[in-house]
Design a protein around this ligand. Structure first.
Ligand SMILES: [Zn+2]
Length: 224
């Protein structure tokens, strides 16, 4: 597979965008060392742009990003793609509305994943962003489609744009890479706040009808 002339300008822009968005992972303290990545679908093409494997965030450049097809095969790039490429490719193949995916091992979200416990919806900002609890996906080993399958199955039975893969950590999705990064930041933020609330008392659940109304307003009305 090669990159057609009409995909080339999108690929160029997404190399810049995906590279730049990795700076948000470090700025928001979501990642240690090189463990976390952002990817983006190339709209209208069966292609994705993703972080190269094992490269330090400070050393990332637009040119070092790797372009893969939606089976994880490298189409353009000198370096090997992230070890999460197969999982991301599976998600892009099965969820056409997803344009961006982020994976981190951000500490509070990952602590919930370690217990296999969903983050309950006890904050209006959770209802806004996730439309309910942040669910847990199955334990899965890296290497085949198991992680991708677990992410897709969990997201399909939830309104959430984040899933905590058990014993592993959060994967978030969005209409584009920036939205997926925002979800990753919010996921860690609410995982931390609900954890703190738990230490000093019992968080109060929000009624389902109120969650639905908050989610609808935020997703459809809020903003500019
Ligand atoms: Zn991981």
């Amino acid at each position: 597979m090669t990159i057609t002339a009409d995909a080339a300008s999108s690929v160029r822009a997404l190399r810049e965008e995906v590279c730049r968005l990795h700076g948000e992972l470090t700025r928001n303290q979501l990642v240690s060392w090189t463990a976390g990545n952002v990817s983006a679908r190339v709209p209208g093409h069966d292609l994705m742009v993703i972080k190269p494997s094992g490269v330090a965030y400070d050393d990332l450049t637009p040119e070092s990003m790797v372009v893969c097809d939606l089976h994880g095969e490298v189409v353009e790039g000198e370096l090997s793609p992230s070890s999460d490429t197969a999982a991301a490719a599976y998600v892009y193949r099965h969820l056409p509305e997803v344009g961006g995916i982020v994976h981190t091992h951000s500490p509070y979200a990952t602590a919930w994943a370690a217990r296999g416990e969903p983050v309950p919806c006890v904050l209006t900002m959770m209802a806004d962003e996730f439309g309910g609890e942040i669910p847990v996906g199955p334990f899965a080993l890296i290497g085949d489609d198991a992680i991708g399958r677990g992410i897709v199955q969990t997201l399909q039975s939830s309104s959430s744009c984040a899933v905590l893969m058990q014993n592993h950590g959060p994967f978030t999705v969005g209409k584009d890479a920036r939205a997926a990064v925002k979800a990753a930041v919010m996921c860690e933020d609410v995982a931390r706040t609900v954890h703190i609330a738990r230490q000093i008392g019992t968080p109060i659940p929000i009624a389902e009808a109120d969650v639905a109304s908050l989610f609808d307003r935020y997703q459809n009305v809020y903003g500019q």
